[in-house]
Design a protein around this ligand. Structure first.
Ligand code: PLP
Length: 361
């Protein structure tokens, strides 16, 4: 079977860094092989670097970003615990759902989609929550929210952040910002295929986790025996880690750190700036609030009279370019264009602008 190569300029997955793809062709290692465990440890080190944290317990979970979200909630939230969730898009909504399933008393703070999180309102929503949760980069709307004011004002609460679309694309400084739990996904700006959820938890949050989480698979206490608590010896089997994917993530992170984290962020910033300007030159209007637009995920309004799905279909069939539709109430009125990881380059910007201009006629 031979698949056509697509240019993945949607909300993820993105085309991986070549280094991550090459790594998938390496010989498969066992999940307790010392060579693999050394790669796993180095992967955790590299994740600490991109997350901006010294957290001991930092590891790639063997599942997608949503499992990172589940792990963060099920390990810290039990029946009756108060959780304040900032909702400004689909993934804030998902947090509400996940926290509710843990039995939490959820206090949701709704925002207009396309706007960033208002830290003052979120902090004022409850006097003593156990957890405050927010999405750093809302993929459904293309909006960045500042986590630092939430960390500064969190008081005794734990701050839980979704960094699925931010990590590897825009600066993330968890320790400086006071974030206690965070997760990401391998398939976006980290430039690796889908399948892993980088995850980190502070000592403070670790000390307050609940005794026996409802999920066996995502119980960090059990997982710690294999990875998080690891010192290189005496590791025990918990589940069969997807070793090939970890080796690929290791390579993707290596590529990012070789290029330099600041340079990688600057590359995303520049690509996003070019795309935003180019779309506006085509007469299109951006959706996300100015000043909070993500460079790695741009939302643009579908012009009146244009059929959103037909344009996406034509881009895919004629140019092998994938872009995303909108979400929820904006499903047919917004497109989402990703410039993540390896695709955050001026040539991809020129490609998608030219193809869009052609299709829109
Ligand atoms: N959070 C955000 C901000 C996302 O963009 C996504 C995926 O698009 C997720 C969570 C869920 O990740 P996954 O689809 O890898 O389970």
């Amino acid at each position: 079977m031979s698949l056509r190569a697509r240019t993945l300029l949607g909300p993820g997955p993105s085309n991986p860094y070549p280094e991550a793809t090459v790594a998938l062709g390496q010989p498969l290692l066992g999940h307790l092989d010392p060579v693999f465990l050394a790669i796993l440890d180095e992967t955790s080190d590299r994740l600490r670097h991109v997350f901006g944290t010294a957290n001991r317990r930092t590891l790639p979970l063997s599942a997608t970003g949503s499992a990172g979200m589940e792990a963060a909630f099920v390990n810290t939230v039990g029946p009756g615990d108060v959780v304040v969730v900032a909702v400004n898009g689909l993934f804030g909504e998902r947090m509400v759902e996940v926290a509710s399933r843990c039995g939490a008393q959820v206090v949701r703070v709704d925002h207009e989609w396309g706007q960033p999180v208002d830290a003052e309102r979120v902090l004022a929503a409850h006097p003593a929550p156990k957890v405050i949760a927010a999405v750093h980069a809302e993929t459904s709307t293309g909006v960045r929210s500042d986590l630092e004011p939430l960390g500064a004002g969190k008081g005794d609460a734990l701050l839980l952040a979704d960094c699925v679309t931010s990590l590897g694309g825009i600066p993330v400084q968890l320790d400086d910002w006071g974030v206690d739990l965070a997760y990401s996904g391998s398939q976006k700006c980290l430039g690796v295929a889908p399948g892993l959820a980088p995850f980190t938890i502070s000592d403070r949050a670790w000390g307050r986790r609940i005794g026996k989480p409802q999920s066996w698979y995502l119980d960090l206490g059990l997982l710690g025996g294999y990875a998080g608590e690891a010192t290189g010896s005496g590791r025990t089997y918990h589940h069969t880690a997807p070793t090939g994917m970890v080796v690929s993530l290791h390579a993707g992170l290596g590529r990012i750190l070789d290029e330099g984290l600041d340079a990688v962020h600057a590359r995303h910033e520049e690509a996003g700036r070019l795309l935003h300007a180019g779309l506006q030159e085509l007469g299109l209007e951006l959706f996300a609030a100015e000043g909070y637009r993500l460079p790695e995920l741009t939302t643009v309004k579908v012009p009146d009279g244009v059929h959103s799905a037909a344009v996406r279909k034509e881009l895919l069939e004629r140019f092998d370019i994938e872009i995303g539709g909108g979400v929820g109430a904006h499903a047919t009125t917004v497109w989402r264009i990703g410039l993540m990881g390896a695709n955050a380059t001026p040539d991809k910007v020129a490609l998608v602008l030219a193809a869009l201009e052609d299709v829109l006629g």
